[in-house]
Design a protein around this ligand. Structure first.
Ligand SMILES: [Zn+2]
Ligand SMILES: [Zn+2]
Length: 709
């Protein structure tokens, strides 16, 4: 009897190991290969898995092994992709199967459809060709059109990024300095190799259409695959297939694209590398930027990290010479930087007083100072952007007679008031954490008082105030509510480009990356709410966002023209974030932040891990983490450079009825942290089913390098 072939298969379950199956070559019609996507019987049903090992024996009784049922009509995942998955699984303390399988698009995980796939691919191809013809291309800046600074950046890049060598390069440049033109021209030299593949990562789905048009302009004859979560399932399945078979040369996408197999990967660009949306916040909590750097290193390719406000980690690596450092310090078209104005809202002179012309009826969220500036900008026929980082009408509804506030019954947060028409036909209260929607009570549920007040403000309330202050202006609101409705975000942005709008109110969605042509003024209304936070990264994020949003002003300016204005309403104009912004001093701010972190021994001067625990009661979740800490202490693992904090409730403690707690673990040594997290994983697994503890029913998860604490 010939030796049977045994394959080890991993599946999307929180398990540390894979399972052995028999491979019947005659029945399956092909040889087994590592990286194949297969259908296997599992319990009473069947699952999709990936082959990670092929051998002639099993540690289990061969006669009891089941057979692989079917093989997906796909080439196996290539060895570099599998190395990446292996690394991600180990580094982020996540099962290999639950790391790989979720990265495979749904289309390839439905065995009942596998037979139809060749037909589907042909149909999709035709559709794509048609769509590709329809995509407008825009924004080509050929090499000959680059300014001197861009040209020398491009030359430096070409000299550094030589073939078959890993290099991490920080391209730091002002907003509007033309970083995109530099890296697209660089990629064009790499793409002269017919087979080469390049990966371009962007932080937000909303930024892909504009960049897609730009990339199209540079590479009209290259095959591009666009990957992000908002793409229809089949389209994504085809794009992923084209990337993993080498058919697409340009892969443009959000963080999930970082894990897409690309057998001929030759260069990576991470645009806006500092952006927190590169961090996955559920399942395997990876950083797409960090994985991209590992990946470039693994396949010996250059990686370009681009930003106006680099993350502290990247900036320090460039400063220390671990990364190459290229800078663009001028705005590309010679326009000057926006003028930064801090409006001290505590100063009565900046506020409306009775008798002022144009004064609104109630208390105005827009100060008098800002009112005059926007009015002047309107007179100059320029557009204004007003940024408030909270959607809805008001963050909380409260009773004027008693202490009632619109608390969510399922979460430890308030329900946000939304005006009629936004989420439903009537005004509603909505919880932004669990999604619960309720009608607005007519009377206070506690005391019956009819005088309920909306406290604070969101985008809708600001929209109302603006319509009252400038009744003739054309106002557009852009937030996730308005962009989900009839028109997509892209269409709303087109309204701005077309000049159909005078005033735009929106959340940070409007701040990122878009090249607006006629914005003369940007106003930020709620900067203070993000100034004080338990998260030590909050000021860094606020600073990056303010630089971004300031960069929207006056981008179209030509030589010598004023660069537009940014107005920030704050009670704390002396705060470091604002003072460095006032001087456009990105490096000064980063250096200041580095000193602060160094003194407190916070990342990047130390490394952190987080153990999340959630269950029906907060007390039990805290106890569970406390017991874990106790076990670590009794094994004498705490100290010696390892710090384990006390378990605490999370910032939003209760979500959808689940109580949540966390334990922070910190070390000055990466390896020590890694070892302890692996140990914790084993410890917790030993009394758990998957990641749910037996007995207490606590769901736990380990996170490496958390970015919000
Ligand atoms: Zn009341
Ligand atoms: Zn809720």
């Amino acid at each position: 009897m010939p030796t049977p072939t045994v394959v080890q298969v991993v599946v999307d379950k929180p398990l540390a190991q894979g399972f052995d199956y028999l491979w019947d070559q005659q029945n399956l019609g092909q040889e087994p290969m590592i990286g194949q996507v297969v259908e296997i019987p599992f319990g009473r049903s069947s699952l999709i898995g990936v082959v990670i090992k092929v051998s002639g024996h099993s540690d289990f009784d061969i006669n009891k092994l089941k057979q692989v049922k079917a093989v997906a009509p796909l080439p196996p995942l290539d060895s570099a992709a599998l190395r990446l998955m292996n690394f991600a699984s180990q580094y982020y303390i996540h099962g290999l199967g639950e790391t790989i399988v979720p990265t495979i698009p749904q289309m390839w995980k439905k065995p009942e459809d596998w037979e139809k796939i060749p037909k589907k691919l042909i149909a999709a191809e035709k559709k794509k060709e048609k769509k590709d013809r329809e995509i407008k291309s825009e924004g080509l800046i050929a090499e000959s059109q680059l300014n001197n600074e861009q040209e020398s950046a491009l030359n430096a890049l070409r000299n550094i990024a030589v073939e078959k060598k890993f290099r991490a390069i920080l391209l730091q440049g002002q907003t509007g300095s033309g970083k995109t033109a530099v890296f697209l021209n660089w990629l064009s030299s790499i793409l002269q190799d017919e087979k080469a593949q390049v990966l371009i990562l962007v932080p937000e789905i909303n930024l892909t259409p504009q960049l897609e048009r730009r990339v199209r302009a540079y590479f009209p004859n290259k095959n591009m695959a666009v990957l992000h979560s908002a793409i229809p399932e089949n389209q994504r399945g085809v794009a992923w297939y084209e990337a993993m078979t080498g058919k697409a040369q340009i892969i443009l996408g959000t963080r999930l694209a970082a894990l897409t197999p690309m057998p001929n990967l030759k260069a990576i660009v991470v645009d806006e590398e500092h952006d927190p949306s590169y961090k996955q916040q559920d399942g395997i909590r990876y950083s797409a930027r960090d994985l991209a750097i590992w990946r470039a290193h693994d396949v010996k390719a250059p990686i370009l990290l681009s930003s106006a406000t680099p993350s502290l980690e990247t900036w320090m690596a460039a400063k220390a010479g671990r990364y190459e450092y290229i800078r663009l310090d001028q705005r590309a078209q010679g326009a000057s930087l926006p003028n930064v104005h801090l409006i001290n809202t505590r100063d009565p002179q900046n506020q409306f007083s009775p008798g002022d012309v144009g004064r609104p009826e109630g208390k105005s969220p827009i100060s008098k100072h800002l009112f005059h500036a926007i009015s002047k900008n309107l007179e100059n026929k320029k557009q204004s952007l007003v940024l408030i980082n909270r959607r809805g009408y008001a963050p909380v509804l409260s009773c004027n007679a008693c202490t009632w506030m619109s608390k969510c019954q399922q979460c430890s947060s308030y329900m946000v008031m939304h005006k009629a028409g936004a989420l439903s036909r009537k005004s509603v209260l909505s919880c932004h954490h669990c999604g619960l929607v309720k009608p607005i009570p007519e009377h206070c549920p506690d005391c019956g008082n009819a005088d309920l007040r909306a406290l604070g403000q969101g985008t809708q309330k600001i929209e109302d105030s603006i319509e009252e202050l400038w009744p003739k202006a054309r106002v557009l609101r852009i937030d996730t509510d308005s962009s989900k409705k009839s028109k997509g975000a892209e269409e709303l942005f087109q309204e701005i480009h077309a000049g159909n709008v005078d005033l735009v109110v929106g959340t940070q969605m409007i701040a990122k990356g878009h090249d607006y042509q006629n914005i003369g003024l940007v106003a930020v209304l709620d900067a203070d709410s993000r100034l004080f936070s338990q998260d030590f990264r909050a000021p860094e994020r606020l600073f990056a966002q303010l630089v971004q949003v300031a960069g929207r002003a006056g981008r179209s300016g030509t030589e010598g023209q004023a660069g537009g204005d940014i107005f920030i309403e704050t009670q704390y104009p002396e705060a470091a974030v604002f003072q460095y912004l006032l001087r456009h001093d990105v490096d000064g701010f980063l250096s200041y932040t580095a000193n602060e972190r160094d003194e407190a021994k916070l990342p990047p001067f130390s490394y952190q891990g987080l153990v999340h625990a959630e269950g029906k009661s907060l007390e039990k979740a805290i106890q569970y983490l406390g017991a874990l800490k106790g076990r670590l202490r009794s094994k004498n693992l705490i100290g010696h450079g390892l710090k384990v904090y006390d378990p605490v409730p999370k910032a939003v403690m209760r979500v959808a009825g689940t109580e949540r707690a966390q334990l922070v673990i910190e070390s000055g040594n990466r390896k020590q942290l890694q070892e302890i997290l692996e140990l914790i994983d084993q410890d917790l697994r030993s009394h758990s089913q998957g990641r749910i503890s037996k007995g207490e029913n606590i769901r736990w998860l380990i996170e490496r390098d958390p970015i919000s604490i």
